[in-house]
Write a protein that binds this ligand. Structure first.
Ligand code: OAD
Length: 237
């Protein structure tokens, strides 16, 4: 991969070994909720307390989990290559805590909250920010309620222009830990392929879009990625 323009897209599978549950491995339920009951704008309108409590639990969970060898391996890859863009569908902060910088969070972030009135994002990770009571913004003269800074189903993912620019131009496109169910993320591998990129998958199980990959490594990311990254950096084999 040395000298190539590389893009890596990660999904929930990369954080599974850190103890954060994936979305689609539990019979359609995510932490005992149907996804549509907690991850849609309609859910926020219908029952904001349920949605708020759900995401506050996810935000508090960040304090109890640690990056795993897969996050650290991707940081080493980024440091060892001239050009690597890291895109994640994950809303946790484990890539950053594994050492990666400039991570593009296409589905939002748990660390930040968004003012409902202005749309402004703000990092809110002080001990007073984990309450089950609604929180208020710090940007409006009459403070407004904040919402989770998450892209819910039916909303448009963030940073898509920057993402398409990187994917269109890449020569190697790597996906780690994603089931290929959610668009437009699931389609990025085909965009890369159409532009001539070599496509690589590291995933526990075959995803829906398996046929889009030129090179497939089935297994746990935390076990496979450290060795693959050494190979990709040319420091082994
Ligand atoms: P999924 O839960 O759909 O898929 C996780 C994938 O990771 C599955 O294919 C698993 O086989 C694989 N996996 C599990 N453990 C693994 C491990 N240790 N190593 C490698 N792979 C492993 O998660 P995503 O594809 O990320 O959206 O889901 C996409 C989006 O759907 C999420 O970003 C989220 C959700 O709704 C939002 O929150 C907006």
């Amino acid at each position: 991969m040395q000298g190539k323009r590389v893009v890596v897209l990660t999904g929930a599978g990369i954080s599974a070994e850190s103890g954060i549950r994936t979305f689609r491995d539990n019979g359609g339920l995510w932490e005992e909720h149907r996804i549509e009951d907690v991850a849609t704008p309609q859910a926020w309108l219908a029952d904001p307390s349920l949605v708020w409590h759900f995401y506050q639990r996810r935000r508090r969970q960040l304090q109890d989990v640690e990056p795993n060898p897969a996050h650290v391996a991707l940081c080493e890859l980024q440091n060892g290559l001239e050009s690597m863009v890291l895109i994640t569908q994950n809303v946790d902060n484990l890539h950053e805590r594994g050492g990666s910088s400039d991570v593009i969070h296409m589905h939002g972030r748990l660390e930040t909250l968004r003012c409902e009135a202005t749309g402004r994002h703000e990092k809110r990770m002080n001990s007073t920010d984990f309450s089950d009571d609604f929180l208020l913004c710090t940007c409006c003269s009459t403070p407004s309620r904040v919402r989770p800074d998450i892209v819910w189903f039916g909303e448009i993912p963030m940073h898509m222009e920057e993402i398409y620019r990187a994917v269109d131009a890449c020569e190697v496109f790597v996906v780690v830990g994603s089931s290929g169910h959610v668009y437009p993320a699931a389609d990025l591998v085909d965009v890369a392929r159409r532009h001539g990129a070599w496509t690589v998958l590291v995933n526990a199980e075959p995803p829906l879009n398996l046929d889009s990959f030129d090179e497939v490594h089935l297994g746990k990311a935390g076990e496979l990625l450290p060795g693959l990254v050494r190979q990709w950096l040319g420091s082994e084999g």
